[in-house]
Design a protein around this ligand. Structure first.
Ligand SMILES: Nc1ncnc2c1ncn2[C@@H]1O[C@H](COP(=O)(O)OP(=O)(O)OP(=O)(O)O)[C@@H](O)[C@H]1O
Ligand SMILES: [Mg+2]
Length: 238
């Protein structure tokens, strides 16, 4: 899925290598947690894997296609058909209600019965009483749940979620996590989650740690009791 991927930008202090030579394979139905310190490159890696950013070196495959062989439109089509993405900052459209935000994504993806599916997804994240609220009328956790509903409503083959429970209380966070793992089990949706929450990371079959742009397979060294190296074994380096 990713082979020798690097990502560098020209920053004020000079050239900055944010992602350094990362290779990883993701299989259908897999669950992978990416953990690591703030600023280590987790969000950047997720954007690369989802085809939202183009690597400065290396290759990424999504649904069997090498993203380097596709132009911007081709990548967008592939994303709409196969990928769900929950952004760390939600990225909801402020002029659309919760329901409209979820429906728009489905309409763009030409998915059947967008309204019914959007309603069902919002019900599953416990927001049926906030359908007609605009993002500014929603709490942070509610906005996060709209973003999650939008990401899974179209039944993606792979769902990337950047700290999907970061703004939620424990009970709501657990419910959202249950929902994600339920999708994984029922539909075989592969999950790639960035999280600072060791409880969420533990629920994934595999854990990898970002450290200054490099990915190491296994949980964070300071993860204490959550440490279980065997969990990382099936993430192979290609
Ligand atoms: N376009 C950019 N130009 C310059 N620097 C960038 C750019 N994008 C990201 N960075 C820097 O790269 C580093 C990694 O950013 P990234 O958002 O991937 O971190 P992260 O691991 O997701 O952190 P957090 O846990 O805080 O969300 C940060 O130091 C950030 O400032
Ligand atoms: Mg981030």
């Amino acid at each position: 899925m990713a082979r020798n991927v690097s990502y560098a930008v020209d920053a004020p202090g000079g050239r900055l290598e944010i992602v350094k030579d990362i290779s990883l394979e993701l299989n259908a139905g897999q669950t992978l947690a990416i953990v690591g310190a703030s600023g280590s490159g987790k969000t950047t890696l997720l954007g690369l894997l989802a085809g939202l950013e183009t690597p400065t070196a290396g290759d990424i495959w999504l649904a069997g296609r090498n993203l380097g062989d596709l132009d911007e439109d081709g990548r967008a089509r592939l994303r709409r058909a196969r990928v769900g993405f929950v952004f760390q900052s939600f990225h909801l459209l402020p002029s659309l209600t919760a329901l409209e935000n979820v429906m728009l994504a489905l309409e763009i993806g030409r998915i059947d019965q967008p309204r019914e599916r959007a309603l069902q997804a919002l019900r599953q994240v416990g927001l049926d009483h906030r359908l007609d609220h605009y993002p500014r009328q929603l709490s942070g956790g509610e906005q996060q749940r709209v973003a999650i509903a939008r990401a899974f409503a179209g039944n993606p083959a792979i769902l990337f979620a950047d700290e999907p429970t970061g703004n939620l209380d424990r009970k709501t966070g657990d419910a959202v996590a249950d929902l994600l793992f339920d999708l994984n089990e029922r539909n075989g949706t592969a999950l790639v989650l960035v999280t600072h929450d060791p409880r969420l990371a533990e629920r994934c079959a595999d854990v990898a740690t970002m450290d200054d742009g490099q990915l190491r397979f296994g949980p964070a060294e300071d993860a204490g009791q959550t440490d279980s190296p065997a969990k990382a074994a099936s993430v192979s380096r290609t």
